[in-house]
Design a protein around this ligand. Structure first.
Ligand SMILES: *[C@@H]1O[C@H](CO)[C@@H](O)[C@H](O)[C@H]1NC(C)=O
Ligand SMILES: *[C@@H]1O[C@H](CO)[C@@H](O)[C@H](O)[C@H]1NC(C)=O
Ligand SMILES: *[C@@H]1O[C@H](CO)[C@@H](O)[C@H](O)[C@H]1NC(C)=O
Length: 502
């Protein structure tokens, strides 16, 4: 089956290169004496600056070898420089970390920002070797249509009239990602069976041929770009380190199918869910993900058990997570119904929450997700919440001060809640009109209001007290020790001492 043959292919490739590398490498080995004479005459060459001890370099090696062998036929060279042996040469080229990959065109370098797997390197370098838009004719049409995972072809009667200029501008923008070609050759147009002007995407996955569905002569760069980017996302592709950016930059929610790729049934599960993914693809991106590698991610998405397959929808920008019941089988009909409910706004997110504390015996209220609405939206009270993470150093430094703030207002607890919420253990409910992007985050909600004010002042006790007194809607008769100048000094000293102990 696909997964295991894929894995063994990788294993074989790395074994083969480990054995064969010394004699039959297609990667050029450069030193200070032959670097310039080799690199400068090349219109396009990729150079890896590496260190023998570097783990990422070792991981790259078999892929680099494979890419060098394939690209040799296309007259694109790959070279490497050992920076332990050739320290001066590497310094001259500004190498700071390993591996450093640089593309040289006639001796001028730019950093290589492409993928680091063989297929990815090959595809990236091929695109670099071509003009942003290649001229295509009937003789190379069939080959060009299959030359990459996603190829865009414009069939036109004139290469200067619309949509050619917009098409070229789109190609300039996306040339690192996709392959673009244009043809005005009548035989090519006839072979493609289109009426010019037409813009067609050819893919090695999903539907193979897709024509731009609107009048292409009116297409603008943003329209073409959006259309192509949308087609670049497979109906149900794998998400991993290489593909994550594709999904993270999409405004759509992401639906994850967590799988154990070594499980024989996994491929079947993908096949079962693909029609569901196809049905909803205009609204949600669907992916499968290797649960054996990304188990932590499953936990972060509130999948309680390491049980696969599992399914969960996440809306990236509001951080809400909608896991499918892990006690139920992952089946097309049930998943489809769940996705439908989600899109109709009928599904409640699953919030991670610590248990509600049995007693609140500290001056600062311990807030958990389950109690968020009840406590924070209590209109009779002003509420000031610190959202923190246990590991966060700034939060540790704030703790004694926040405790003192609680103490300071202890006698008006019925009117003002000073609270803290551990945000890695407690999700913000959908009702909160903000998301946490850094720790600590301090939010004040005046009594009776639905507005959350963000506190951005300094984290000294007297500033926090002054802020509360300014923004509280309730009258806070601070019958408790009004801080005079001296006692303020004491507070600060006390908190510094606490800080030193941490
Ligand atoms: C590359 O060249 C250097 C210098 O001659 C040599 O020490 C090294 O073994 C060569 N490496 C390979 C992989 O051929
Ligand atoms: C560059 O010189 C080194 C050391 O003599 C040699 O091993 C290597 O093959 C040379 N590389 C090229 C591309 O000539
Ligand atoms: C506060 O309550 C917790 C249990 O909720 C208990 O473990 C702790 O001892 C109490 N502390 C004080 C000072 O009463």
């Amino acid at each position: 089956m696909r997964f295991s043959s894929f894995l063994s292919a990788i294993a074989l490739a790395s074994l083969a290169s480990a054995d064969d590398a010394p004699e039959s490498s297609d990667v050029l080995n450069l030193t200070k004496d032959n670097f310039s004479s080799t690199v400068n005459p090349e219109p396009l060459i990729l150079v890896e600056f590496f260190a023998p001890w570097c783990g990422h370099c070792k991981a790259l090696a078999p892929h680099y070898e494979e890419a060098a062998t394939t690209l040799k036929d296309k007259d694109i060279k790959l070279a490497k420089v050992d920076c332990v042996d050739q320290a001066d040469l590497c310094q001259t080229h500004g190498v700071q970390g390993y591996p450093a990959l640089k593309i040289f065109r006639d001796g001028e370098s730019t950093d290589y920002s492409g993928p680091r797997k063989a297929d990815g390197i090959i595809s990236y370098m091929l695109k670099q070797s071509l003009p942003a838009v290649s001229d295509v004719t009937a003789s190379n049409l069939a080959e060009f249509q299959k030359a990459d995972k996603l190829v865009v072809l414009a069939y036109v009667s004139s290469t200067t009239k619309a949509p050619a200029p917009e098409f070229s501008a789109t190609a300039d923008k996306l040339r690192d990602e996709f392959l673009f070609g244009i043809t005005s050759d009548a035989a090519a147009i006839a072979a493609a069976g289109v009426t010019p002007p037409a813009i067609v995407v050819y893919r090695s996955f999903d539907e193979h041929v897709t024509e731009y569905p609107y009048p292409s002569s009116a297409a603008t760069v943003p329209e073409l770009e959006a259309w192509i980017q949308q087609l670049a996302i497979p109906i149900l592709g794998e998400v991993n380190g290489e593909t994550y950016a594709l999904y993270a930059t999409s405004p759509k929610p992401l639906a994850y199918l967590f799988l154990d790729p070594t499980d024989e049934k996994s491929e079947e599960t993908i096949a079962v869910l693909k029609p569901v993914a196809a049905k909803y693809r205009s609204e949600i991106n669907f992916v499968w993900i290797d649960a054996t590698k990304f188990g932590e991610h499953a936990k972060a998405l509130n999948l309680a058990e390491p049980k696969w397959p599992s399914f969960v929808i996440q809306k990236l920008e509001d951080q809400l997570k909608y896991p499918y019941d892990q006690n139920k089988p992952v089946e097309a009909e049930a998943i489809s119904a769940m996705v439908g409910d989600y899109l109709a706004g009928k599904l409640l997110p699953k919030l991670k929450s610590q248990p509600i504390p049995e007693s609140q015996n500290e001056s600062v209220f311990t807030l958990v997700s389950e109690q968020f609405d009840e406590v924070v939206y209590d209109d009779s009270k002003d509420v000031f919440v610190e959202f923190y993470a246990t590991w966060c150093g700034h939060c540790k430094r704030l703790k004694p001060i926040w405790d003192s703030l609680g103490d300071h207002f202890a006698e008006v607890k019925d009117k003002l809640v000073i609270a803290k919420m551990e945000s890695t253990e407690n999700d913000l409910p959908a009702s909160a009109p903000f998301r946490i992007s850094g720790f600590p985050t301090l939010k004040f909600k005046p009594a009776g209001s639905r507005e959350f004010l963000e506190y951005n002042g300094d984290r000294e006790l007297e500033s926090l007290v002054a802020y509360v007194e300014e923004h509280a809607k309730n009258s806070l008769k601070p019958s408790v020790k009004t801080p005079e100048d001296d006692s303020q000094g004491t507070f600060v000293v006390a908190s510094r001492e606490d800080h030193d102990e941490l």
